[in-house]
Design a protein around this ligand. Sequence first.
Ligand code: SF4
Ligand code: SF4
Ligand code: SF4
Length: 469
Amino acid sequence: MSLLNNNLKALQAVSGLSAEKLAETLGAREPVRGFVTASVWNSDTERRKEALLKLNPAGVIAGLKALVTLTGAQGAVIVTPVEGVEDALLNAANEAELTLCIEKKAELVKFDHRDDLLVALDEAAALAETLCGLTPGVLLAVDDGELWEVPAKTKVTDVISVPFKAVLTDHRFWSPAELADMTVGKLRSKSGVLRVLTDRDCLADRAKKEIRILREKSCGRCTFCREGLFQLSAIAEDLTTGRLKPQALDLAKELTDAMRIATNCSLGEDAGCPVASLLSAFPQEVEAHARRKECPAGVCAAFTTFYIDPNKCVGSRECVKVCPANAIEAKPGYTSMIESFDCTKCGACLTACAQNAIVRVSGRARIPEKPARLKGVAVEAAVEEEGPARREGAGKRKRSFARPAGASAPAASKEEAASAPAPVETPVPAAAETAVTDVSNLAPASERVIRSENSGKRKRNYAKPVKSE
Ligand code: SF4
Ligand code: SF4
Ligand code: SF4
């Protein structure tokens, strides 16, 4: 038998059992004035465990019947938006002689169930397994994989097959150190879904997304849930855009503590977890974003810069074709360049470049300031084939391209080029072909001397005043 199979045996067994008999197997329970109400947790935004209503309606009803008998409650309520499960649940309730009401709602409003005993669906199904003398396991899914039942003593690290930076479950980040000896039974994930995050995932960005999801789900009745999520959303946004002030981290800590105790359902209690767990278990991630202004995973666009490595670029212009922002400048005979101001950091050019010449860096980076010349034959072929302007709007913004020493000036127009005498081939020094940041390679030697002499104070000749006799 499994939690995901219909437990008809438990349904037959529970009908005739008295509260005393049930207490021997399941333990005694406090009396309940209202109903026993079952649903998934409000904070469970994954809602994968609602599959139990289709796969194991008999087990859920058997567990609820056992709790109603043990507590003396008036009956049972199931809160769920899932369609097509009513018949199976009501038939099972008839068989168990249980008064059952099904509320078609996405969230359980705790204010409406003040006198009720609230239980999770999997908790009810697990009680049914215990009634049959079995030891229930824990329902678990890794990322978008199937939900399955694993023994409670299984180590969390044994169900994850890849190296990970963090595991996200119930909106909380767990570090590898925290999970080293943790069993799935001890973890007690409400949703049962473990999201495995690697070095390519940014935890600050993920925290921002989790808070957005929680804000959408919050009913807004509790001030701390409503306002706390608003504040945390702003803090997470500032963290990922480099605008975070140091004192905001202290505020985030206070907020998450207050939300845990001053809200009215599991959603409000868990709403501070993305930021709280990020601050406590991943201080290096926070430090990188807040102080060094960089994103270790290279995800946060505000800290990311794209540039083209002139040593790899062959001027194919494949990147220009895919850039939706028209941010890549490709001049014939030169390596291409990304205009940082226009770049939206979409990353489309990364996959388009067969040379892997496009680099994405996070934080401070020294990027080429000028394009480099392509090697001889490639330059001429590019000019013949494409003409001078490649990028729309090229020419509006003036960019000065320094010529290597000894290179002849380009012809002003095609006509001039045609009538001009054949250029004398001047070998381009290897260093000038590739070095981009070193301007001394690109400017004529005479200019360099003049510049260095004139740099610094500008000399002015003032005529001395002539004394009048
Ligand atoms: S904690 Fe949030 S979701 Fe829960 S009742 Fe309060 S406002 Fe609504
Ligand atoms: S960056 Fe890549 S795709 Fe773009 S021009 Fe250079 S080699 Fe071609
Ligand atoms: S990252 Fe996007 S916007 Fe920026 S240069 Fe590449 S394709 Fe263009």
